[in-house]
Design a protein around this ligand. Structure first.
Ligand code: AMP
Length: 233
C-alpha cells in the first residue's frame, strides 16, 4: 500500500504537536566572567587560555510567565526542563558553530577542561524544551548575544569593570533596558571578600529566540544590593 504524503501528515501531526513544549518566553542568560572567577570557588579556562573580558552565555532558558502546578506530583514549576531524555547533545550537529561557541559560550568550571559538558547540560535541561533542534537552539542564543553586546552597552553608559568603583544596580538595568527595549533581570553574587557584584543578566526573549520582549514577570534582582561591583577580568 502506498501512503500518500498528505495522509502521513494527518497521521503524524497530532504526535508532532503533542511533543511541543508549552512555555511563555525565553531568558537569555549571560554571566560576567570576572564575577564567576573572583568567588571562593575560583574558575578554570578551557585549554588554559583566558577568554576575552566579555559576558559569556550561560543559556537560553524556556520559562513560564507565572509558576504552574506540575501534573501528578502537584509541585509548582516555574519553567520546563529536561523535556526529552532521548534527544542527547551531538557535537557533530553544531560543528560549524564550534569556534563561535568557544568564544561566546565557554565553561569557566574547573570540573572539565572543555565546554562540551556545559553545552550538553544546557541542551538536555533547557534546549530540549525549546521547540528547536540543536543547531537552531545554539545559533539563536549566539545570534542574540551578538545582536546586543552587553559589554559594549555598559561601556557606552560609563559602566566599566573596576576594582574600586561600585555602580547602582538600577543604572545597569536602565542602560541595558534602553539599548534593547526591555529591562533585564539582574543577578548578583559575592566575591571572596563578600562584596556584592554583578553576576548574570537575564534578558526576556520571544519564543523564536530572536527579539527582546517586555519581561512577563517582574524582572528579578537576585541577591543584589543597591550598589554593586563590576569587577575587572
Ligand atoms: P543551569 O546551569 O542551566 O542548570 O541553571 C543554573 C541555575 O539557574 C539553576 O540551578 C536554577 O537555579 C536556575 N535556573 C535554571 N533554569 C531556570 C529558568 N528557566 N529560569 C530561572 N532560573 C533558572
Amino acid at each position: 500500500m502506498r501512503l500518500h504524503y498528505c495522509s502521513l501528515t494527518v497521521v503524524l501531526l497530532p504526535f508532532l504537536l503533542a511533543s511541543a513544549t508549552d512555555f511563555d518566553f525565553f531568558y537569555h542568560v549571560q554571566k560576567w566572567p570576572g564575577s564567576f572567577c573572583d568567588t571562593t570557588g575560583g574558575c578554570c579556562f578551557p585549554g588554559n587560555v583566558k577568554p576575552a573580558a566579555d559576558f559569556g552565555i550561560h543559556g537560553l532558558w524556556p520559562n513560564y510567565a507565572a509558576c504552574r502546578p506540575a501534573g501528578e506530583t502537584n509541585r509548582t514549576r516555574c519553567w520546563p526542563d529536561f523535556c526529552n531524555a532521548t534527544n542527547t547533545f551531538a557535537p557533530s550537529l553544531i560543528s560549524d558553530l564550534k569556534s563561535d561557541m568557544d568564544r561566546n559560550w565557554g565553561t569557566l568550571s574547573c570540573r572539565s577542561n572543555d565546554s562540551t559538558a556545559f553545552w550538553s547540560h544546557e541542551w538536555s535541561r533547557h534546549g530540549t524544551c525549546s521547540n528547536m533542534d540543536q543547531h537552531a537552539y545554539f545559533l539563536a542564543a549566539l545570534r542574540y548575544k551578538a545582536r546586543f553586546n552587553l559589554t559594549r552597552i555598559l561601556l557606552d553608559s560609563g559602566i566599566v569593570p573596576s576594582e574600586e568603583r561600585t555602580y547602582c544596580v538600577g543604572s545597569i538595568r536602565d542602560a541595558i533596558g534602553e539599548a534593547t527595549g526591555s529591562a533585564p533581570g539582574i543577578e548578583c553574587n559575592r566575591n571572596a571578600r563578600n562584596e556584592t557584584q554583578l553576576y548574570q543578566v537575564y534578558q526576556c526573549v520571544d519564543l523564536a529566540g530572536t527579539g527582546p520582549i517586555p519581561c512577563p514577570a517582574v524582572p528579578m534582582q537576585g541577591r543584589c544590593t543597591d550598589q554593586v561591583k563590576f569587577p575587572a577580568f
